[in-house]
Design a protein around this ligand. Structure first.
Ligand code: ADP
Length: 321
């Protein structure tokens, strides 16, 4: 392997930059020329590729987002488009590609692998919904950002004896809600696995208030309720407690990557280069029980999510006690 390219695809996540840096630097250390593909699969198709040999990647180690940009590019599902994208790599003599993205990006990576591009995928999404890794790139930072914001919300709710219904991201995966709930002592955690009605939330808020709680925090995963403000109204009506609904939205996505994020991203980036230098392809990198591991992308996409129903109930019980 003489030349390798890297791209970021799908939603941006803090940690993508330190991962890119690790891939670029580790390639250079192994005498492999690194290339940057701008704007994900879209830029790959359009040939937005440049050598990273003389680019200072070090300054991005502590920056959120992705300095090589990301894109959503549904056209990549078209085999003719993928063929043209592969030709862009062939033209530059690039034999291998590292893709950082979520499960959609993994599908694209698998298809490139099947076309003969040596492709390795890294889990890049704040949602922690890639099951071939205990932690996705971006998750730890987003979790810390959520906690920081909920702490602030708690101050205000406590000062005014109110309840807050706070919606967080997750794309169907409850980890951000569940663990931010444990870390902030949220009185109610609602995820896809533990859905309850707004009326039921209202009853719990009432009960918690009667128990002497001054402020109440309810954390809910996105896409469970149609409108968080409507939920707040119902909760207020049933509990009698002033209730505000709020969604953290894109506040959760950016920001300075945490220590754990930078370390995990660098480890996974280095693993990708190591496997590529051995001629491996079609693998997804992850960190499982502390070890950096590789799983065939096809298998990685099929690993079921660990059921966290019992865990959610346990945390709710703890926080409501
Ligand atoms: P994520 O990677 O975060 O899950 P998306 O689902 O939007 O985000 O996927 C990112 C990109 O990956 C898409 O915009 C598209 O370019 C590519 N992609 C997604 N699914 C496929 C697929 N089935 N075949 C080829 N490319 C795909």
């Amino acid at each position: 392997i003489k030349k390798i390219a890297i791209l970021t695809s799908g939603g941006d996540a803090p940690g993508m930059n330190p991962a890119i840096r690790a891939v670029v630097k580790d390639a250079l250390a192994k005498n492999i020329e690194p290339f940057l593909v701008y704007e994900g699969y879209k830029g790959l198709h359009e040939g937005k590729i440049e050598s990273a040999k003389n680019i200072n990647v070090d300054k991005y180690i502590n920056r959120g987002g992705t300095f090589i940009f990301s894109a959503r590019y549904p056209a990549f599902k078209d085999p003719a488009v993928r063929q043209e994208a592969k030709e862009q790599l062939d033209k530059l003599g690039i034999d291998a590609l590292v893709v950082i993205g979520g499960d959609g990006s993994y599908h694209g990576a698998q298809l490139l692998h099947e076309m003969g591009v040596k492709t390795i995928a890294l889990p890049g999404t704040i949602d922690n919904d890639i099951t071939s890794s205990d932690f996705t790139i971006g998750y730890d930072t987003a979790l810390n950002t959520i906690i920081e914001n909920i702490d602030r919300i708690r101050d205000t709710m406590e000062s005014h004896s109110r309840a807050a219904i706070v919606e967080v991201m997750g794309h169907g995966c409850g980890d951000l809600a569940l663990y931010s709930g444990l870390a902030t002592g949220a009185e109610v955690i609602v995820t896809n696995e533990c859905k309850i009605s707004p009326e039921e939330i209202g009853r719990i808020v009432k009960e918690q208030t009667e128990k002497g709680k001054n402020s109440i925090i309810v954390i809910v995963s996105e896409h469970i309720y149609e409108n968080i403000h409507d939920v707040a109204k119902i909760v207020e009506k049933i509990s009698g407690k002033g209730t505000r609904g709020m969604a953290l939205e894109h506040l959760q996505r950016g920001g300075i990557p945490t220590a754990a994020e930078r370390i995990n991203s660098a480890r996974m980036g280095m693993k990708a280069v190591e496997l590529i230098s051995e001629g491996k392809s079609g693998l997804a990198i992850g960190i499982i029980k502390g070890a950096t591991v590789a799983t065939p992308i096809l298998e990685a996409l099929k690993i079921p999510r660990t059921d966290r129903t019992e865990k959610t109930k346990k945390f709710n019980k703890l926080n409501q006690a």
